[in-house]
Design a protein around this ligand. Structure first.
Ligand code: F6R
Length: 242
């Protein structure tokens, strides 16, 4: 696990962007795993700027998102499809047919999970997976207790996660109770993992990530078993000495 300390959110976003740009230059048909949430927004803005400056093209890039709420379709402003379209895809030259996000409105969710796994395999697996981290250590929507060999699945969201995400919804009651998420086993099969961590609210999660052995009570610790991980963390997120 290589740790890259950034001065602040903007610096973290720039450094992570430079890393991804270099990977797309090495492999223009990169299979990129994406995350939503607040953390990667700055990264996506930097990637858009790189595209607009003609430094990079996403024409052949394929993307797979980590997760999606169950019950929200892509026109719902709180769906992760809507988030990705507006935060990234609509502003770059990616072929939208090559942007994959689990379908939270699928009639058969179990089937949807299996198909998602098969699709990732069809594209040769994920080359580089971007992750954020929840305060409780969740990655994707894999909450504490998720087995490290879990695959894409239908899960019930932890109440703490629903509360954290309720900031985007009119009220807590409007936050979906279930989601589809890549499993931890699925995430660990990515050839490379980039974890982005920013802000004081993540200090406890950072402390646990750096000090704990891999354990299922703290899902993000699973990445310590992966051979190629880069953690981009800003100074606010580094746990204080006191
Ligand atoms: C989002 C995702 C989540 C977030 C995590 C942190 O696709 O998979 O695991 O990365 O909840 O969210 P933020 O960045 O909003 O703190």
């Amino acid at each position: 696990m290589e740790v890259i300390v950034a001065k602040n959110y903007e610096d973290m976003s720039k450094k992570a962007c430079a890393h991804i740009v270099s990977r797309i230059k090495e492999k223009p048909d990169l299979v990129l795993g994406l995350a939503t949430g607040s953390t990667p927004i700055g990264l996506y803005q930097n990637l858009i700027a790189e595209y607009k400056n003609n430094n990079i093209s996403f024409r052949r890039v394929v993307t797979f998102n980590l997760d999606e709420y169950v019950g929200l379709d892509g026109n719902d402003p709180n769906s992760y499809r809507y988030f990705m379209d507006h935060q990234l895809f609509n502003h770059i030259d990616i072929d939208k047919n090559n942007t994959f996000i689990p379908d939270g409105t699928a009639e058969n969710i179990e089937e949807e999970c299996k198909n998602y796994e098969a699709l990732i395999k069809k594209f040769g697996g994920i080359d580089l997976q971007i992750l954020g981290i929840g305060r409780n250590g969740h990655i994707g929507f894999n909450e504490p207790g998720s087995p490290f060999n879990s695959r894409t699945q239908y899960i019930r969201l932890a109440e703490s996660t629903r509360q954290a995400n309720s900031r985007f919804f009119p009220s807590l009651d409007d936050v979906p109770t279930h989601a589809i998420t890549m499993g931890i086993g699925t995430i660990l099969e990515a050839k490379e993992i980039l974890l982005l961590i920013s802000g004081k609210g993540k200090q406890e999660a950072v402390r646990r990530l750096f000090t704990e052995e891999p354990n299922e009570d703290f899902p993000a610790s699973a990445i310590k078993t992966h051979p190629k991980v880069f953690v981009f963390v800003d100074e606010d997120a580094l746990a204080s000495e006191s």
